[in-house]
Design a protein around this ligand. Structure first.
Ligand SMILES: C[S@@+](CC[C@H](N)C(=O)[O-])C[C@H]1O[C@@H](n2cnc3c(N)ncnc32)[C@H](O)[C@@H]1O
Length: 303
C-alpha cells in the first residue's frame, strides 16, 4: 500500500455537531489503503458505514472502532469488512454499449492487425473494479459472439477484479435478476444463462469460461505491478471515488500494464484531464477511450 496518508484536512461538518477526530483517522486509513477519499461533504456517509460495522461489533464509540481497525488482533479482517461496506457497486449488463461498438469497429481490428504480425493470437482484457460481475459478463458475451467472426483463430481471457469480497462472491456465482439484465436481449439470455428460479438467471459455463475473478485493490502497488500484457482495460465508474493523487497512481499502473496500441476505457462521466497526459484521447461514436501509443514500444512512452 504505497499511497501516502492524506494530509489531515480540517473537516467542518454540515451541522454544528463536532466531528469525532477518530473518524478523521478512519478516513485517512481508508484513503491510505484503498485510494478512496471521503471529502468533507461525504463525511456523513463514512460515519454511517462505520456505524454499521460498529453495531455488528457492539462497539459504541469511534475511537474504540479505530482500535479495532488498527491495533486489535482482527484488524486486517475488520478493515476488509469495512471496505466491503464502503465500496459502492452500482452496475448492470450492457451499461456502455458504445464501448463495445468501438471495440468491434476500430479497437479490436487495429489490435488484431498489430498482434497478428507476431505469433501468439491471444487477447487479454481487464475489468478493474468489476463489482458484481455485470461488466466482465457483458464483455464475455460480446467476445463470444465475435469468436467465429472478428476473433476467428484468436483466444481471449478476461481478468475481473474488485476490492469488495461480497461483490466478488456474487460475481463468481453470476446470478442476476431483471435489474441487472434489463438491457440484455432474449437471445443473449437464452444463449448464455440458465434459469435458476426466483426470477433469476445464472451465467452458464460458456459465459464463465473466459473470466477469472480476483481480489485486487487498485491502490496495492504490489499487485498492480504484476498485471502486464493487457490489450484493453476497463475501469469504469471506479476512479470517481479517488482523489487526484490516487487516480494518478492507478492510471500510471494501467499505462504500464497495457501493451502499446492498447486502450483504457473509463466511465462516461470520467476523463484523464489533468490526471495523465501519457495516453492519447481517441473519440469514437458516443464514447471516448485512451490509447497507449505504439511509439511507446520504441521507448516513446513516458513510463
Ligand atoms: C460503481 S462500481 C463500477 C462497476 C462497473 N465497473 C461499472 O461501471 O458498471 C465501482 C466498483 O469499484 C470498486 N472499487 C472501489 N475502490 C476500489 C479499489 N481501491 N480497488 C478495487 N476496486 C475498487 C468498488 O468495490 C465497486 O465495486
Amino acid at each position: 500500500m504505497a499511497i501516502e496518508i492524506a494530509k489531515a484536512k480540517p473537516v467542518a461538518p454540515p451541522d454544528s455537531t463536532p466531528v469525532d477526530p477518530a473518524y478523521l483517522k478512519i478516513r485517512d486509513l481508508i484513503y491510505r489503503i484503498s485510494g478512496i477519499y471521503y471529502s468533507e461533504e461525504k463525511h456523513y456517509l463514512l460515519k454511517s458505514r462505520c456505524e454499521r460495522r460498529m453495531a455488528a461489533l457492539r462497539v459504541t464509540s469511534a475511537p474504540e472502532y479505530f482500535e479495532h481497525l488498527t491495533i486489535r488482533g482482527n484488524r486486517d479482517a475488520e478493515l476488509r469488512l469495512l471496505l466491503n461496506e464502503i465500496t459502492i457497486g452500482e452496475t448492470y449488463m450492457f451499461r456502455h454499449p458504445a464501448q463495445l461498438e468501438a471495440l468491434r469497429n476500430v479497437i479490436l481490428p487495429s489490435i488484431l492487425q498489430a498482434k497478428g504480425l507476431i505469433s501468439l493470437k491471444r487477447l487479454r482484457f481487464w475489468c478493474a473494479g468489476c463489482s458484481t460481475g455485470e461488466e466482465p459478463h457483458t464483455l464475455a458475451m460480446f467476445l463470444l459472439e465475435e469468436k467465429d467472426k472478428l476473433l476467428a483463430g484468436w483466444s481471449f481471457e478476461i481478468l475481473a477484479t474488485d476490492l469488495n469480497d461480497n461483490s466478488l462472491e456474487a460475481a463468481r456465482a453470476g446470478i442476476y435478476g431483471e435489474y441487472a439484465l434489463r438491457n440484455t436481449s432474449d437471445a443473449m439470455r437464452r444463449k448464455y444463462f440458465k434459469d435458476v428460479g426466483n426470477q433469476k438467471l445464472q451465467g452458464n459455463d460458456l459465459l464463465k469460461a473466459p473470466i477469472r475473478f480476483e481480489r485486487i485493490n487498485l491502490s496495492d502497488d504490489s499487485k498492480m505491478l504484476f498485471q502486464k500484457g493487457m490489450d484493453v482495460i476497463f475501469c469504469c465508474n471506479v476512479l470517481i471515488y479517488f482523489d487526484l493523487a490516487s487516480k494518478r497512481r492507478v492510471v500510471q499502473h494501467f499505462y504500464s500494464n497495457l501493451l502499446p496500441g492498447g486502450y483504457l476505457f473509463l466511465g462516461n462521466a470520467e476523463s484523464l484531464f489533468q490526471v495523465d497526459d501519457s495516453f492519447r484521447l481517441v473519440h469514437f461514436a458516443g464514447v471516448t477511450a485512451y490509447l497507449k501509443p505504439t511509439a511507446a514500444l520504441a521507448g516513446g512512452g513516458k513510463k
